[in-house]
Write a protein that binds this ligand. Structure first.
Ligand code: ADP
Length: 253
């Protein structure tokens, strides 16, 4: 079939074909490079906490250790392992999204119980850090979305607000309905995002300054998953931020 088509192709068409093939080869090469860089970063993200985990496990096994110290090391191990679990979960989601085997099961549910549950889940972490979490929602409206995925989205935003806001400050969760869609926003009084970096924060593995992530942790995966999940719903997400003053993430679903 291919040969028959070619025999009818003019010289110009053959030239175009050759350019197209060369471009395709270049794109493939770039994809390969990106994939390798992605794998290298992920391996690094997983091996760093693993190194801590092994280290602390070995220390915790020492016979002479008192119980308090052992508990302390065990709690660090649990915390590191939790972070790794979240990262692996995000990675699996990204893989599913890339394979198009990702499904969003939309249903109708009420905003109030949904948000109450989220509040219950994150409350203790905010309390532990001495952060105030304000919750404002005057109405109990219908949301049409995948409840588990929407929970994942909001938890991710709250998790970032918690991570990038210092003790004593405030985070605000707001929800209302607009033209039949649900609007949920998370505002913080945290460290903010530099204006020239804001366009990249939804990119895979993008982190604002490497030094920041050393202090605050994080892999740069969370927001890329959030964006994909929001888009899979046919929704939108936007961010407004001022360095040193805070950020607001607003999603419409
Ligand atoms: P990470 O796991 O590093 O937090 P994300 O994809 O969730 O990755 O976020 C990407 C980057 O965007 C982060 O490294 C952080 O610098 C910045 N960022 C995200 N949320 C906030 C926020 N609420 N306040 C300040 N910076 C934020």
């Amino acid at each position: 079939d291919f040969e028959v088509t070619l025999s009818y192709a003019s010289k110009d068409e053959l030239g175009e074909l050759s350019v197209a093939i060369q471009k395709l080869a270049k794109d493939l090469e770039l994809l390969k490079k990106e994939r390798n860089e992605f794998l290298a970063s992920i391996s690094h993200e997983l091996s760093t906490p693993l190194t801590y985990l092994i280290g602390y496990a070995k220390v915790a096994m020492r016979k002479e250790l008192d119980e308090k110290k052992r508990d302390h090391y065990l709690s660090i191990i649990a915390e590191e392992a939790d972070g790794m679990k979240d990262l692996v979960k995000d990675l699996l989601d990204l893989a599913k999204i890339d394979e198009n085997s990702f499904t969003v099961n939309k249903e109708n549910f009420l905003s109030q119980p949904f948000l109450d549950n989220i509040f219950k889940l994150v409350g203790p972490s905010f309390l532990n850090k001495g952060l105030k979490l304000d919750f404002e929602s005057k109405e109990n409206f219908q949301i049409f979305a995948d409840p588990l995925r929407l929970q994942q989205i909001v938890l991710n935003l709250l998790d970032n607000a918690l991570k990038y806001t210092n003790n004593g400050k405030k985070v605000r969760l707001e929800a209302y309905s607009l033209n039949g869609r649900a609007v949920i926003s998370v505002s913080d009084e945290g460290i903010g995002i530099p204006s020239d970096e804001i366009e990249f924060i939804f990119d895979r593995l993008y982190r604002v300054e490497k030094s920041r992530s050393r202090i605050y942790g994080g892999s740069g995966i969370g927001l890329s998953v959030v964006k994909e999940l929001v888009e899979a719903h046919g929704g939108t997400i936007e961010v407004a931020s001022k360095l040193g003053e805070g950020s607001t993430f607003k999603l419409m679903i």
